[in-house]
Design a protein around this ligand. Structure first.
Ligand SMILES: Cc1cc2nc3c(=O)[nH]c(=O)nc-3n(C[C@H](O)[C@H](O)[C@H](O)COP(=O)(O)OP(=O)(O)OC[C@H]3O[C@@H](n4cnc5c(N)ncnc54)[C@H](O)[C@@H]3O)c2cc1C
Length: 386
């Protein structure tokens, strides 16, 4: 007897969306997560308007709003040269023309609680080992609890890997974030208070070797999240004020916003960051960042994580309902649908990234888009997942 229909590894937005969609159609699901929630996570914590209908499907939109999510109606891009491009959220979604800002500690907790409520078996503080074996129809997952006590194993028909960018089965593709020649990129995040920002506005600021965003979250806090190069981190030598001087404060608009800022949480860092599709491993269905990591500057990461999780859940449910489920045909069906829905968006973001980080093309592009609103609107929509 195989223990579970599906085992999902990782309880971020992709894994919880998959687990909720699966259990809603009667699958037996085990969700394994190495952390204990709530936990902080490096992320801009900006959820684009298209995430809201997905939260409806998962039954959590009202919970996100009740948790104090900040409402964001405009997103502005600021070049270092002083140009500003404002993107109203109504360009992206007509029905709910606002984005929200909510900390990952709250958002991910709401999603994992929803999984439990619907009958997903959840194990937190369980780290899955990268060794996966197959015996006939069963895949065998192993791992251990927080104190590395004895290893445990579970059998399942299908494994969904939702363990993120550097997750369980991380496969180096050799692709680094290379828009700054030869320089590896690292991310930093901290929560702040006393940011002087226009109401209901999220903002992205470009600087010489990276970019950073300021976006309101719950309890009058603002998320500051930025990417910069290893070179700059080394130059700052662990001095956070100096790091801000070398990065965000070189952008006049960001300097103004940060004038009276005080920290309201711990700094978190991550890197080096690489983009693009990860190599697929045979016998595993990959969702969210574990499948492909998209440049965070378009704020599409969580949207793609939620959408791909739901898509995986639906695909698996259809196979379980119609036929005797066959692992390889489920995976190839999912991969096919994923390409159909998302590959254009990945390409659009990748092209935009080349432009956004070209020192000569960027100011010209921002100036042009500022004057040509229909084109700016088209570009904003081209980066969306659905
Ligand atoms: C600097 C930066 C800023 C960003 N800002 C934004 C933004 O503002 N808006 C946006 O939409 N996106 C943003 N993103 C992208 C977004 O954070 C990701 O796309 C999103 O978190 C992907 O969700 P996921 O569920 O695929 O993976 P994750 O959220 O990474 O979740 C993976 C889960 O798997 C667990 N896990 C990993 N390994 C194991 C293991 N071996 N066993 C058990 N569990 C395991 C982890 O603990 C984690 O909880 C940003 C990313 C970066 C790097």
């Amino acid at each position: 007897m195989i223990d579970y229909d599906v085992i999902v590894i990782g309880a971020g937005p992709a894994g919880t969306a998959a687990a909720i969609s699966l259990v809603a159609e009667g699958r037996r699901v085990l969700l394994l997560e190495k952390s204990r929630f709530p936990r902080e996570k490096l992320c801009g914590e900006f959820l684009t308007p298209e995430c809201l209908p997905l939260f409806d499907q998962l039954g959590v939109r009202q919970r996100m709003l009740d948790a104090g999510a900040a409402i964001i109606r405009t997103f502005s891009l600021h070049s270092q040269e002083g140009a500003r491009l404002a993107i109203p959220m109504s360009w992206i979604a007509n029905r709910a023309p606002y984005a929200i800002g909510l900390s990952r500690s709250r958002m991910d907790k709401i999603l994992i609680d929803r999984c439990r409520e619907l009958g997903v078996e959840v194990r937190e503080e369980f780290t899955v080992s990268p060794k996966l074996t197959f015996e006939g129809e069963a895949a065998i997952i192993t791992g251990h609890g927080p104190r590395r006590e004895a290893t445990e194993s579970f059998t399942t028909h299908l494994v969904i890997d939702a363990s993120g960018r550097n997750g369980t089965f991380h496969r180096e593709t050799g692709q680094t974030a290379s828009h700054f020649r030869g320089a590896r990129l690292f991310g930093c995040k901290v929560h702040l208070r006393r940011i002087t920002q226009p109401d209901e506005t999220g903002e992205l600021f470009f600087f010489a070797d990276g970019y950073g965003g300021l976006s309101a979250i719950e309890e009058d806090r603002t998320n500051l999240c930025f990417l910069t190069t290893e070179r700059t981190l080394i130059e700052a030598r662990g001095d956070r004020e100096k790091l801000l001087d070398l990065t965000l404060r070189t952008n006049p608009a960001a300097r103004e916003r940060l004038r009276h800022a005080v920290t309201a949480g711990e700094w978190i860092g991550t890197g080096p960051i690489s983009y693009g599709k990860q190599q697929s491993l045979p016998g595993i269905l990959h969702v969210g960042d574990a499948g492909a990591f998209i440049d965070p500057f378009t704020g599409s990461g969580m949207l793609l994580a939620l959408s791909s999780g739901i898509l995986a859940g639906r695909t698996v449910n259809q196979h379980f309902a119609q036929t005797r489920p066959e692992r390889e045909s489920i995976i190839s069906d999912y991969d096919h649908r994923h390409r159909q829905f998302f590959s254009l968006r990945y390409r659009a973001v990748s092209t935009l990234r080349q432009l956004a980080f070209h020192p000569v093309a960027r100011p010209a592009a921002v100036a042009f888009l500022t004057r040509c609103q229909p084109l700016a609107r088209f570009v904003a929509r081209a980066t969306r997942a659905s």
